[in-house]
Write a protein that binds this ligand. Structure first.
Ligand code: AMP
Ligand code: TRP
Length: 338
């Protein structure tokens, strides 16, 4: 049976990279007839969020905001479960079990830890280090078959596959299926608007580096106008475009928002200056994002409706998780108490 699982951290507002690289693809899978019978689970990963310090009041609010964003982007609670990770204790329990079969060497290779811990490796928390084990637990707990994520999560997905194999071998079972990453299209990695070599990130200090799903039309236009570019007109070929990371990024964003390819965008804009391209991009971005932010506002104004969505999602996945966890505890050799 096919099962889809993915998640986003409730650490800040969602940006256009999260939308184009991940959530938009969740919606596509949700509506894809080949996945009609698949269980679809979209989690707000607050356990992952506390691997770095979070203000408790802000964290609770962020969870609601991200859940609202899922729905506003097109996740349909009638087809998919939406829930906060911390509401299902089995994620933490399985993470411990998997942690006991994870060689330190595997975690030492994880590039995200190196980036996030930076020069302060000795002070970095154990949670930040074992973060990919928790992510593997999220995925394996539901015997997930497909995981739609942005390209930056590929290495973590490989670890989840390795851990599925390690568990099966250690216990001599064929229990966990190997989850497949689904990394779709040209939007797999949207870059920082001020530096085309860095990915657009929720945690970058300057808000000018990203377009948030909640930005109003003027802010979107301003951020695109100020986005770093070069003085040359847009090129004719993808090859030439790829030598110019900032230009490539803006063309990629345009193509994804317009549901076309970069090639198609170049056929319309090659030879044109950014002074012409940027306002067109701003207009397109506003057209596509404003219905999402309007729907998000509507959901914030109806907390009961959002609560219902989260409660229903939690109840549904708790039942799935508990059933699997019973089997896992038995495989591992834990004692069942009444
Ligand atoms: P995060 O913001 O790290 O919680 O990521 C949530 C999801 O968005 C993951 O599937 C990421 O791969 C995806 N994502 C985050 N940043 C980007 C980006 N700049 N471009 C494309 N996808 C992204
Ligand atoms: N680590 C992912 C990120 O930062 C979020 C995440 C946590 C996730 N658990 C997951 C994504 C399970 C897919 C599946 O983007």
């Amino acid at each position: 049976m096919k099962r889809i699982f993915s998640g986003v951290q409730p650490t800040n507002k969602l940006h256009i990279g999260n939308y184009l690289g991940a959530i938009r693809n969740w919606v596509k899978l949700q509506d894809d007839p080949t996945f009609a019978d698949a269980e679809k689970i979209f989690c707000v990963v607050d356990l992952h969020a506390i691997t770095l310090p979070q203000d408790p009041v802000a964290l609770r609010q962020n969870v609601r905001d991200i859940a609202a964003a899922y729905v506003a982007c097109g996740i349909d609670p009638a087809k998919a479960s939406i829930f906060p990770q911390s509401a299902v204790a089995a994620h933490s329990e399985l993470s411990w079990i998997l942690g006991c079969i994870t060689p330190m060497g595997w975690l030492n290779r994880m590039t995200q830890f190196k980036e996030k811990a930076g020069k302060h490796r000795e002070e970095a928390g154990l949670g930040l280090y074992s973060y990919p084990v928790l992510m593997a637990a999220d995925i394996l707990l539901y015997k997930t078959s497909h995981v739609p994520v942005g390209e930056d999560q590929k290495q973590h997905l490989e670890l989840a596959r390795d851990l599925a194999g390690a568990f099966n071998r250690r216990y001599g079972v064929d229990y966990f299926p190997l989850p497949e990453p689904i990394i779709m299209g040209e939007g797999a990695r949207i870059m920082n608007l001020r530096d085309g070599t860095q990915k657009m990130s929720k945690s970058a200090e300057s808000d000018m580096t990203r377009i948030n799903l909640t930005d109003d039309a003027d802010t979107i236009a301003l951020k695109i106008r100020k986005a770093k570019t070069d003085p040359d007109p847009l090129p004719e070929t993808i090859e030439a475009l790829e030598k110019r990371p900032e230009a490539d990024n803006l063309v990629t964003i345009f193509a994804l928002l317009d549901d076309t390819s970069r090639k198609d965008v170049l056929s319309r804009y090659s030879g044109k200056m950014f002074s012409e391209f940027k306002p067109a991009l701003a207009e397109l971005a506003v057209e596509k994002l404003s219905p999402i932010s309007a729907r998000m506002r509507e959901l914030q104004e109806h907390p009961d409706a959002l609560n219902r969505i989260l409660i229903e999602g939690t109840e549904k996945v708790r039942a799935l998780a508990e059933k699997d966890m019973e089997e896992i505890r038995h495989i591992v050799g834990f004692t069942k108490m009444a």
